[in-house]
Ligand binder design. Structure first.
Ligand SMILES: [Zn+2]
Length: 437
């Protein structure tokens, strides 16, 4: 169970970074009953520091960031709780600095109704202060044919619609979905994959797939769908969002669309920003993801597009699988890797390398995704509910399965030493996570 707030929490001398509040400076933060009461230089007055009811955290050399928002996680409940459930998924999210998580609808059964959406939100409220925002399906059963009752889904709390895991391949269905979702102001999130071009695909199509003898998933299968959907979004003027962009071609199409003022947005995952198809050479099933990790030319294009905002936000595509789905032949393995707990420490490397400014990384994890789903973004400002994380940017640690809160351990980053750790997360005004020393 989540802990109750300490009545008075004082964080002293941390660097607070919140681009949406125009903030980057060393401050004290005073949180009382879950609300940020004061933030600024000298906010921790002698009175407060002497108060018996105050918990004081000396945070020199630490950072305070707004709580993160994930647009794309698979929490597996209902139906596959042996991989993850809402409690373990939200515990992992809190450990990763997240205050808000969107749950994809490819559960068993599929979240295509008001009842499932409501049940997920109710369960989340019982088990975690981290807010869960369901994403409803675009089509009933994610079968790509009949549209869901999007008004019901929205009224129940869904923040977007997606058939993620499957692409809406029919242009007619996609057009109707965009038109329909627009009337409810819901973004339509596409898993862009022309399935006719990816049948039996195991990894990115290129020299490496040829060498390994694995069937390839060509970039163009993504690019075709993104290009078509941008044209449909232009006709319908609906809100269109591309999930887990993986190819340089998609980036080019999105840049062009944005330059014409279309309301299209996109996300990128940590693994597409960090890995290439070379990671598959040892047939490590932890590196099998959909869409696949591609080549250096793609990875570089994704990093540049994240840096310049052509890719709006970072989403984890947290996809837990048990050893049943991963300790097997590469061809039989299910695609996906976990991400909620690792995204920030892993991506901090891009900031250190000078590839992405820290303010952009923070924006891409907080205000940018919040804007896409119409959520009021967590903010470091007086009077706002405390939704924030405290980070030790210089703390090195080795990623170890025993430390992870997710039920599944499918990540190729196990054993890697990273620098940067989430020390504490407040979500919904409450303490959602505190790192064990
Ligand atoms: Zn997907």
């Amino acid at each position: 169970m989540a802990n109750e707030p300490s009545e008075l929490l004082v964080i002293r001398g941390a660097r607070a970074v919140d681009p949406s509040a125009g903030l980057d400076g060393v401050v004290d933060v005073v949180i009382e009953r879950g609300v940020i009461r004061r933030i600024g230089v000298g906010a921790a007055t002698a009175d407060l520091l002497g108060s018996e009811r105050a918990r004081v955290i000396e945070a020199q050399n630490h950072w305070i960031l707004p709580g993160f928002v994930d647009l794309h996680a698979h929490l597996r409940e209902p139906g596959q709780e042996y991989k993850e459930d809402i409690a373990s998924g939200l515990a992992a999210a809190a450990a990763g600095g997240f205050a808000h998580v969107c749950a994809m609808p490819n559960t068993r059964p599929v979240n295509d109704t008001r009842a499932i959406t409501e049940a997920m939100i109710a369960r989340a409220r019982e088990v975690s202060p981290v807010a869960l925002h369901p994403i409803g399906a675009i089509t009933m059963g994610q079968r790509g044919q009949d549209l869901t009752e999007m008004a019901d889904l929205r009224d129940a709390g869904a923040v977007a619609v997606s058939d993620d895991g499957r692409c809406v391949t029919s242009s007619a269905v996609m057009r109707r979905a965009l038109e329909y979702a627009k009337t409810f102001d819901l973004p339509v999130i596409q898993h862009a994959e022309d399935h006719a071009l990816t049948e039996g695909a195991q990894m990115h199509e290129g020299e490496t797939s040829t060498r390994l003898g694995l069937r390839g998933w060509p970039r163009v299968a993504e690019d075709i769908i993104v290009a078509r959907d941008v044209l449909l979004a232009e006709v319908t003027r609906a809100r269109y969002h591309v999930a887990h962009v993986s190819s340089f071609g998609s980036v080019r199409i999105l840049r062009e669309a944005k330059s014409r003022g279309l309301g299209v947005t996109a996300e990128v995952t940590p693994h597409h920003l960090l890995l290439t198809d070379a990671s598959v050479i040892g047939y490590d099933t932890a590196c099998k993801v959909n869409p696949p990790v591609r080549e250096e030319i793609d990875r570089r294009a994704l990093v540049e597009a994240l840096a310049d905002g052509s890719l709006d936000c970072i989403a984890t595509d947290h996809a837990p699988h048990s050893p049943l789905e991963k300790d097997c032949e590469f061809a039989e393995a299910s695609p996906g890797m976990i991400g909620l707990e690792l995204v920030f420490p892993l991506l901090l490397g891009l900031v250190r390398d000078g590839a992405v400014p820290l303010a952009r990384l923070v924006d891409a994890l907080t205000a940018a995704p919040a804007r896409i789903i119409g959520l009021e973004a967590p903010r470091l400002a007086e009077g706002r509910m405390a939704e924030l994380c405290l980070v030790a940017p210089d703390l090195s640690w080795t990623i170890d399965a025993a430390r992870l809160r997710t039920k599944s351990k499918n990540t190729p980053f196990l054993g890697r030493t990273v620098t940067g750790a989430i020390l504490l997360t407040l979500a919904g005004g409450r303490l959602a996570y505190e790192r064990a020393p």
